[in-house]
Design a protein around this ligand. Structure first.
Ligand SMILES: Nc1nc2c(ncn2[C@@H]2O[C@H](COP(=O)(O)OP(=O)(O)OP(=O)(O)O)[C@@H](O)[C@H]2O)c(=O)[nH]1
Ligand SMILES: [Mg+2]
Length: 311
């Protein structure tokens, strides 16, 4: 394990991939990895890119990777695929779109499924992002479809949350419902080569005028990821947000909130893993039959298990 870690920290992509797989499995062994990883983290800028299916997130990510690479930055990408964990259709699409970068030694691309893993999708994604941070990637992009709560949680682990909207899909309303609108730090109206993009941008600005003012007003930019237009401005917006986080109270409280979540998640997962193990043993011992015969009850059994693992 030490050798694997050493190689990963030195930037070896295969070792990094193995570490990510290990934490993705969400087993207790990942605890040791994360313990050793953590002291090396805290340098990367984590950029969440979210939006409806087909909004152009991968195309945009690909452009952003190219721009960051031209500036000499190393880039890690985690593409979360909540929609098709079994077919992996979108994962394939992402792979194709970002393929041009996958051979670049300064780029690491990883897809993660969203199977209901213990400790949640956001836990695994966050830990993968921490690994990439520790392994020297200056920017870590997390791409996810912004449809459900678990995806909202995923982008919450990002320093800068970018929301991609497009003209003519009426998806702005849909996304507002999902509560992502409130946590977006940077807005992108993609497919600006199509009609209606200015209207979407204007709508967003109106919406930003109505919601209670925050110290950071999210910038809105028009982009055509396909044509590569507006990417410089997009990156400038991301960097301004990063600078804002570095110097503001808001940034400080976010960093503290992140740490609280890290401890809480870790604690919950620990208890949950131990409870599952204890419960498995109990179940194999035939406890269900005894409950069925009303010799005992589920509540007593659960509370006995809890007492035992906490001892
Ligand atoms: N016209 C136009 N089409 C675009 C633009 N950006 C992306 N597309 C197209 O939109 C489609 C979806 O692009 P993706 O980058 O795969 O979108 P995505 O949001 O990553 O999609 P999922 O990961 O499946 O949710 C592709 O056919 C792209 O070529 C753009 O700026 N203009
Ligand atoms: Mg995609």
């Amino acid at each position: 394990m030490d050798l694997l870690l050493e190689r990963a920290l030195a930037g070896d992509k295969r070792s990094i991939a193995r570490l990510v797989s290990e934490v993705e499995r969400r087993e207790s062994s990942s605890r040791g990895i994360m313990r050793m990883i953590y002291p090396h983290t805290g340098r990367a800028h984590t950029i969440g890119i979210t939006g409806s299916p087909g909004a152009g997130k991968s195309t945009l990510s690909s452009r952003l990777i190219a721009l960051l690479r031209s500036l000499g930055r190393r880039v890690g990408v985690i593409a979360v695929d909540p929609s098709s964990p079994f077919t992996g259709g979108a994962i394939l699409g992402d792979r194709l779109r970002m393929q041009e970068h996958s051979l670049d030694p300064g780029v690491f691309i990883r897809s993660m499924g969203s199977r209901g893993n213990l400790g949640g999708l956001s836990g695994a994604t966050h830990e993968a992002a921490l690994i990439l941070d520790a392994c020297g990637y200056d920017a870590v992009i997390i791409e996810t479809v912004g449809v459900g709560q678990s995806e909202v949680d995923v982008v919450k682990v990002s320093d800068t949350v970018c929301l991609v909207l497009v003209p003519g899909m009426g998806d702005d309303v849909q996304i507002m419902k999902a509560g992502i609108m409130e946590i977006a730090d940077v807005f992108i109206v993609n497919k600006a080569d199509r009609d209606g993009a200015e209207k979407v941008a204007a709508d967003i600005k109106v919406m930003l005028d109505i919601v209670p003012a925050r110290p950071w007003r999210p910038p809105v930019s028009l982009v055509s990821a396909e044509r590569g237009a507006g990417i410089d401005e997009f990156l400038r917006n991301i960097e301004s947000h990063r600078e804002y986080l570095a110097v503001s109270e808001d940034g400080k409280s976010r960093r503290m909130a992140r740490i609280e979540v890290e401890v809480e998640d870790s604690l919950k997962r620990d208890i949950s893993l131990r409870a599952s193990a204890a419960w498995s043993a109990e179940r194999e011992g035939g406890i269900c039959g005894r409950i069925a015969n009303r010799e005992t009850d589920p509540y007593t059994v659960a509370s006995d298990i809890l007492d035992r693992i906490l001892k």
